[in-house]
Design a protein around this ligand. Structure first.
Ligand code: ADP
Ligand code: ASP
Ligand code: MG
Length: 425
């Protein structure tokens, strides 16, 4: 077994010597394999690498819309379906694409074999729909590569040591690719998507967004966790931990992409590297919580136990008569809201709060940059820009390299454009 903790860093993404044989991991997202013509295009690109002597491992997502469609089907039957069964269902999306990609390569005369996550040796914990990779034993992948095959691995899925099928969270094919690149000690890891790199903001929303030639792991991680869905945040966390340098680029053209790597000194010159907006947040407010030790612990331990990720937390003392009370507000992913509500409702007696109010009409706008560590006045400028747009700020959170505000989701696009113009131009 190759334990990931024993892995040593891959070489620089831009630094492959094509004289010698290289091992390349390429990941193609949903749009890149969105129809059979696109799958044929992917096969053509893979063939080019394979025919110059490289060993190629291809990780594919489900065709665009397929995962969402499967989720919608399950929800037509039950609002909160069993998470084990959801994994069983969702894993089928990627299995369609691996087989179709292998078939497309065969028609081009390329030897290729498809593998599920389990067959590729991806072993996870048992947290269904959000499983973490525990280790990868890519023995079979190596065997097939050594036999001259292109190996096509289903993204987003793994298996527990007890043989249960799991999935790795939405966007999880990115994680499959990065983790396989680490386990296989790949020379190059390329994430092919429908934009030609990482931009200063989502280019579909902010037309003036600029493509970044490079970005640090920490900035990419913040942008990804704050709503820039171009990379799944857990995959970036993994890349940072194991030093996997990777390139985000387009499957639709040959433009150079964005290299994601360790921070360098000159990156600090830029105060704000990017702006992100996360629409997939919901807010939960517990009204009239008794101001006693242990209540917050109860609430957040129960949420953690149900695998609900809580993001921002704000607590306000209300100055009424009688026992002191607080209101606690926090944000969760929209997809977890029903589950969070169920957990909270179950605690009503024990925690003694009066009411639980939820809202899905919020969004989180964030600015990110390692340069914030050494520049002052950034928060003031952000709040002034939002005020000039007439945007009311609901919650605020900061870290060394980011500032986030929760606001009305309907004003998100306008706010993003204004903030991008103020900080990036
Ligand atoms: P894939 O299916 O290839 O995994 P995704 O849809 O998950 O692709 O991610 C690509 C999308 O991410 C782009 O189409 C773009 O709209 C969005 N995106 C959001 N923020 C950014 C950003 N800062 N830079 C580039 N793309 C971004
Ligand atoms: N198909 C999965 C999703 O839509 C995984 C992925 O595309 O990366 O979230
Ligand atoms: Mg994605």
């Amino acid at each position: 077994m190759l334990c990931l903790l024993e892995w040593s860093p891959a070489v620089d993404a831009g630094n492959v010597n094509h004289g010698a044989m290289s091992l390349i991991v390429q990941k193609y997202g949903g749009t890149s394999v969105g129809n059979t013509d696109r799958i044929k295009n992917v096969a053509q690109r893979v063939k080019e690498y394979h025919s110059r002597g490289d060993q190629v491992v291809v990780v594919v997502s489900a065709m665009s819309g397929v995962t969402d469609g499967l989720i919608a089907l399950a929800r037509q039957i039950a609002p909160l379906p069993s998470e084990r069964e959801m994994d069983m269902l969702l894993a089928t999306g990627e299995q369609q694409t691996i087989a179709l990609t292998a078939i497309a390569l065969h028609t081009l005369g390329v030897q290729a074999v498809s593998m599920t996550g389990a067959q590729a040796g991806i072993v996870t914990d048992g947290v269904h729909t959000k499983a973490k990779i525990n280790n990868i034993t890519p023995r079979e992948v190596h065997k097939k590569l050594d036999g001259g095959n292109v190996v096509i691995v289903a993204g987003f899925q793994g298996e527990t040591s007890e043989g249960q099928i799991t999935t790795l969270g939405r966007g999880g094919s990115d994680l499959t690719a990065i983790a396989l690149a680490a386990a296989l000690k790949a020379d190059l890891c390329q994430i092919y998507t429908d934009v030609d790199g990482v931009y200063t903001a989502d280019p579909r929303i902010v037309s003036g967004a600029k493509k970044l030639p490079e970005i640090s792991y920490d900035e990419m991680l913040e942008l990804a966790s704050l709503g820039a869905k171009v990379m799944q945040s857990r995959s970036v966390e993994f890349a940072k931990k194991f030093g996997v340098v990777f390139e985000v680029r387009s499957s639709l053209n040959e433009n150079p992409g964005t290299i994601v790597k360790e921070e360098t000194k000159n990156m600090e010159g830029v105060v704000v590297r990017g702006v992100a907006f996360d629409k997939n947040q919901a807010k939960v407010t517990l009204v009239g919580v008794p101001d006693r030790p242990g209540v917050a612990a109860k609430v957040f331990t129960a949420l953690g136990g149900a695998a609900v990720n809580v993001d921002m937390i704000v607590q306000n003392i209300s100055h009424g008569a009688g026992e002191r009370q607080t209101d606690i507000s926090f944000t969760v992913e929209k997809a977890d809201l029903l589950k969070a509500k169920k957990v909270i409702d179950g605690l009503k007696q024990e925690a003694g709060f009066k009411e639980c109010i939820t809202s899905e009409k919020i969004g989180k706008l964030s600015i990110v940059g390692v340069g914030m560590k050494s520049h002052s006045g950034v928060a003031g400028k952000l709040f002034e820009t939002l005020a000039a747009e007439g945007v009311n700020i609901d919650m605020i959170s900061t870290s060394e390299i980011k500032i986030s505000v929760v606001m009305d989701v309907a004003r998100g696009e306008a706010a993003m454009k204004a903030v991008h113009a103020a900080f990036i131009g």
